[in-house]
Design a protein around this ligand. Structure first.
Ligand code: ADP
Ligand code: MG
Ligand code: ZN
Length: 508
């Protein structure tokens, strides 16, 4: 009403001044700029602060989350206080206010929070810790207040009894207070704590705060106190069964060729997160599209695993001499891998991908959580075998083994720290760097000798086989094993007996 009035009077004055013969253009301009400014400011103060808080229309259910059986069960139990409110009240149980999901990225924490909202029929609002961090003191705290206010308003509007607020990357705003140079973080965190303390546990709508972090150790202890995030649920990388489950979910409704063996893919994808598996399935489908195929085949999945592990194929064109060297190097890795743990080479390739010029992909035997000294030594053998094969064949080494050495050194360090080295049990915290260094060097030089001995008998065979690797670019594990067996059957007193077990890492 007032707006129209002002505009009306403004126009009248304008016309009047113009009629008097004044130059109205500068005034016109000034008024225009002020209106534009005023409009922008208005919009800004009214705009929703955290951007991803639109209520989720697309509903996620717990069925769509693969693996994570343990985490799912724990979460559903925790959520029952929202579902069975009367029982909780009758027993006088203090309702839960916050649930913290911890675990590596891409394991399904966001999915869990969304599924929790579906399961409890709650409104879902999400924000990320970084959205609360602003240059200006007080803005973050204001945003926290807004978020809680909007959660309640939204629940009322949609006629729901509860709201779930999901805060991703809570470590960004919930790190121990006083650690930042900026007092802004502290204020924001304090506001979050205040909101959580003030949350009613009896009046509708109930608010539940869920948060996710990869670094629970970084969080301010005040956040983890009872009445705040007093329930922690671990969302870990999936094991083989979990990966199979996720693959089944992600391939649902996609045209798979008859030869697709999801179980085998699950076995080959040790260490993959749910997000990586999702991307793997997507990449496989893209490969099918590129090849103009109606179905996704096992081979496409294999290529997709390479892509997710090592990156996209690069346009790099190594010289023939380099290709030959890469082939020798990779065969070295592959031979030792098979000798240590038969059946573990998935395939060998010398097509450049990501940062690697070639690589051997290994199939892990099973998911492992513990390693013996022998197993670690064998992994070091596999890592060193690339450069030692080069040495055996060319009489020199190249820069191509840098990554292998990093892996080998890290394995050796693990051995020392876990008391599996020559010096026995150590106190990791008081272990002098020089001692650690000496031991790591000792282990590496011992294993270097052992690996050299393993490869020695294959010297001529490697030279022969490298030709077909260069020719074919990629050799399957089965073809490689056939060749290896043939080589081993030939009378050669130098050939070693087959030993067992190695690792799951790709050696480039
Ligand atoms: P996080 O929040 O732990 O980083 P997300 O929940 O954002 O992980 O997962 C990202 C994507 O990865 C999901 O949208 C989904 O496609 C896929 N994903 C991750 N974990 C799983 C899982 N356990 N089951 C099915 N899909 C998953
Ligand atoms: Mg997430
Ligand atoms: Zn290598």
């Amino acid at each position: 009403m007032i707006k129209e009035w002002i505009v009306g009077v403004g126009v009248a004055v304008f016309v009047f001044l113009a009629v008097l013969g004044l130059n109205v253009l500068p005034i016109f301009f000034l008024v225009g700029v002020s209106i534009a400014l005023w409009y922008v400011m208005d919009r800004r103060s009214a705009a929703p602060v955290a951007t991803r808080e639109a209520p989720v229309r697309h509903q996620v259910s717990f069925d769509q989350i693969g693996g994570q059986e343990h985490a799912k069960r724990e979460l559903m139990e925790a959520l029952d206080f929202l579902k069975y409110r009367d029982k909780i009240k009758a027993l006088g149980i203090r309702p839960l206010k916050g649930i913290l999901l911890t675990g590596p990225p891409g394991t399904g924490k966001t999915l869990m929070a969304k599924a929790a909202a579906t399961y409890t029929d709650s409104v879902f609002l999400s924000a990320s810790g970084s959205e609360f961090v602003e240059m200006y003191v007080g803005v973050g705290a204001q945003r926290v207040r807004d978020l809680f206010r909007r959660a309640r308003a939204q629940a009322k509007k949609e006629n729901k009894d509860s709201a779930i607020i999901f805060i991703d990357e809570i470590d960004v705003l919930g790190a121990r207070r006083g650690q930042h140079s900026h007092q802004e973080y502290d204020q924001t965190l304090n506001q979050l704590l205040t909101e959580m303390d003030g949350m009613s546990t009896t009046q509708s709508p109930l608010v539940l705060v869920m948060a996710a972090t990869n670094r629970p150790d970084m969080l301010d202890s005040a956040l983890l106190r009872p009445g705040r995030f007093d329930r922690q649920i671990k969302v870990d990388l999936p094991d083989k069964e979990g990966r199979l489950h996720i693959l089944k979910i992600q391939t649902k409704g996609k045209p798979l060729a008859a030869d697709v063996d999801l179980e085998h893919i699950a076995k080959e994808t040790y260490g993959f997160s749910g997000a990586q598996l999702e991307s793997l399935v997507n990449e496989a489908a893209i490969i099918a599209l590129r090849n103009d195929k109606q179905e996704i085949s096992q081979e496409m999945f294999r290529d997709a695993v390479d892509k997710v592990l090592m990156g996209e194929k690069t346009g790099r064109k190594p010289t023939d001499e380099e290709l030959h060297r890469v082939a020798i190097h990779e065969i070295g890795h592959a031979i030792v891998s098979e000798l240590m743990r038969p059946g573990t080479v998935s395939h060998i390739t010398i097509a450049p991908r990501g940062n690697a010029l070639g690589f051997v992909r290994q199939i892990p035997e099973s998911d492992r959580y513990l390693y013996t000294r022998e197993q670690l030594q064998q992994q070091i053998n596999v890592a060193l075998a690339g450069c030692l094969a080069e040495e055996l064949h060319f009489g020199n080494r190249s820069t191509g083994a840098q990554n292998d050495f990093m892996q080998a050194s890290s394995l050796a360090r693990t051995m020392v720290k876990c008391g599996l080295s020559r010096i026995g049990i150590v106190d990791e915290e008081n272990l002098p760097d020089t001692v650690l260094d000496t031991e790591v060097r000792y282990i590496l030089s011992e294993q270097e000798k052992a690996t050299r001995e393993l490869l020695q008998p294959f010297k001529d065979a490697i030279a022969e086989f490298a030709k077909s690797v260069v020719e074919e670019e990629s050799i399957s594990g089965d073809a490689f094993r056939e060749w290896l067996e043939r080589t081993q059957r030939q009378p050669n007193p130098e050939l070693p007996a087959v030993v067992n077990d190695a690792s799951a890492l790709p050696f480039a």
